[in-house]
Design a protein around this ligand. Structure first.
Ligand SMILES: NC(=O)c1ccc[n+]([C@@H]2O[C@H](COP(=O)([O-])OP(=O)(O)OC[C@H]3O[C@@H](n4cnc5c(N)ncnc54)[C@H](OP(=O)(O)O)[C@@H]3O)[C@@H](O)[C@H]2O)c1
Length: 514
């Protein structure tokens, strides 16, 4: 029997057709709408992925006539879209774009919105799916959700595939208690399968490729366990500081902003058991099982498994940048962490004893997100003579951003008459193989939500399980305040205690190439 595979299937987007849809953005005058949501809709439209019956509504306190909102959207597209503005193409959406000035707390404003949608459905003679996008600060999530419920907008076409859907932005709570409360508010108004908790990391090509890499290739899964893997690193580093978001960040910090969501998502995808199918629930069940198997983190100022830091003045790309406490809107005596490193242990048959080190920080040496799987040293003593054989254990690096791809580091013979070895890198780069025109995360995620596919969104128990792990750490820091908060120079890779965290286990962070 030849070992072949069937002819390639048409791309999934061609198989999936979006029903008539109205997307309603709450907080439509804001930054996320400008930089991500409108450009994502523009690009979906450019690729003919929006339905003919597509309507765009903005909602917020700002007073914007329809025409001004339409004009603003064009500016956002010109400023932030990955592809050039095409006025002809966008005109079909532009002519169906509306804005409603209203208060998130006022039910009658939601009833006006409902009446507009009733009129629209009557006019076109068919039912429309409603997709609500909560793009406001989390303080207004609660009244918005309640008014969506009380106005009847949340339960529209319930029980059919056109049932209303809601996308909720991060942060999803501040700790376990608030995430639980938010889930309770959401599920009072919406059924779980109507809810799309977004983590834009899941929309990135390389993150989606983790499932393919692990489960569509036969060479990785047999070695993806404690018998072959020595340790795993996950780094999500930013070279930027807090910028204009100081007020928000000082109340949040790196654990809430990056670890609880993005890093826990990456960890669950890289370490979970194979799901029994690609059904969203089967995948999310495995992610939750993995998160539940992570052991509580050892908390101590000295000798614990968690390091936190705050950046001081330093150099980024040769430019002097201020320390965290000198940034705008930061409390002068703030002990908010801008860097976190954690050692995590997973108590299951696959990973028992294999440390997972994760770190995230601002003002680090460079912007990079990657996962590094460090394999064990080869067995035996064939190439033991250190002076001749420059051997390293194999490492598989999955680069999530900015240079998406993967690299396998293996040992190789140096050409010549003598047998010497040297580590070499086998690179795969998305841009080289597929070109650089890959869709933005928000394009994929909005399309999936319109198609009622919640694979790449976070389920309520997933969010709460992750908070269950992070909340004791936050409580511990709340007690310690400044005690144990390390300083690091902007432009470095974080405090030295983060290096020691690995040294104590005779491991080290990968030296990330410039
Ligand atoms: N910006 C990003 O890159 C980014 C990335 C990831 C996640 N998020 C999340 O996405 C959501 C929206 O982010 P954003 O950056 O667009 O927020 P934003 O610009 O601060 O706010 C969006 C809009 O929300 C409305 N709003 C309602 N109550 C508000 C209040 N108390 N303070 C300020 N604005 C209020 C405002 O519109 P009206 O005054 O017209 O009502 C504002 O224009 C947030 O939950 C954020 O955490 C943002």
């Amino acid at each position: 029997m030849p070992d072949t595979h069937p002819a390639s299937a048409p791309s999934s987007s061609k198989l999936r057709e979006v029903p008539p849809t109205a997307i309603i953005i709450f907080g439509a005058s804001g930054d996320l709408t400008a930089r991500k949501l409108i450009p994502a809709l523009y690009n979906l439209n450019l690729d003919n992925l929006l339905p003919t019956d597509f309507y765009l509504f903005g909602f917020g306190r700002s007073s914007l006539p329809d025409s001004e909102f339409q004009q603003l959207n064009i500016t956002h597209i010109k400023d932030f879209s990955r592809r050039l503005f095409n006025a002809d193409k966008w005109s079909t959406v532009q002519s169906k774009t509306y804005y409603q000035t209203g208060s998130y707390e006022t039910l009658s404003d939601f009833i006006i919105l409902k009446e507009k949608i009733d009129a629209l459905e009557k006019n076109i003679g068919k039912p429309i799916q409603l997709l609500f996008y909560l793009s406001t600060p989390p303080t207004v999530f609660k009244p918005t959700l309640e008014n969506l419920g009380n106005s009847g907008l949340a339960s529209r076409h319930l029980g059919t595939k056109l049932a209303s859907k809601v996308i909720i932005e991060k942060p999803f709570g501040r700790d376990l208690g608030s995430a639980h409360d938010l889930n309770a508010i959401i599920t009072h108004q919406f059924q779980e399968n109507q809810v799309f908790r977004i983590d834009h990391y899941l929309g990135k090509e390389t993150v989606q490729d983790l499932l393919i890499l692990r489960f569509a290739n036969s060479i990785f899964e047999p070695i993806w366990n404690l018998n072959y893997v020595n340790y795993v690193e996950i780094t999500v580093a930013e070279s930027l500081g807090v910028g204009k978001r100081g007020g928000y960040y000082d109340q949040s910090g790196a654990l809430r902003d990056m670890i609880q969501n993005h890093i826990m998502q990456l960890l669950s995808l890289i370490a979970m058991e194979p799901p029994i199918s690609t059904d969203p629930e089967d995948i999310r069940n495995e992610k939750v099982k993995l998160l539940k198997a992570i052991q509580p983190v050892k908390l101590a100022v000295d000798g614990g498994d968690v390091v936190r830091g705050q950046y001081e003045e330093g150099l980024i790309a040769g430019e002097k940048v201020p320390g965290y406490l000198q940034e705008a809107d930061i409390y002068p005596n703030s002990y908010t962490e801008t860097f976190v490193a954690l050692k995590l242990l997973i108590n299951n048959w696959r990973w028992n004893g294999v440390p997972f080190y994760v770190r995230s920080g601002k003002r680090m040496a460079r912007r990079v997100s990657e996962i590094a799987i460090h394999f064990k040293y080869p067995h035996g003593s064939l190439f033991k003579e250190a002076s001749k054989y420059d051997l390293i254990p194999n490492t598989l690096v999955i680069q999530i951003q900015p240079d998406e791809g993967s690299t396998l580091i293996i040992n190789c013979k140096v050409p010549g008459l003598e047998t010497r070895t040297q580590p070499i890198k086998m690179h795969f780069r998305y841009a080289t193989t597929f070109g650089s025109e890959t869709p933005e995360a928000y394009e994929r995620l909005i399309l999936d939500a319109m198609l009622h596919d919640n694979t790449l969104f976070i389920r309520s128990d997933e969010a709460e399980t992750s908070w269950k792990l992070c909340t004791p750490i936050l409580n511990f820091w709340q007690e310690c305040k400044h005690h144990g908060l390390e300083k690091y120079t902007a432009g470095s890779w974080g405090p030295t205690t983060a290096t020691e965290l690995l040294w104590n286990d005779k491991h080290e962070w990968r030296k990330i190439d410039a």
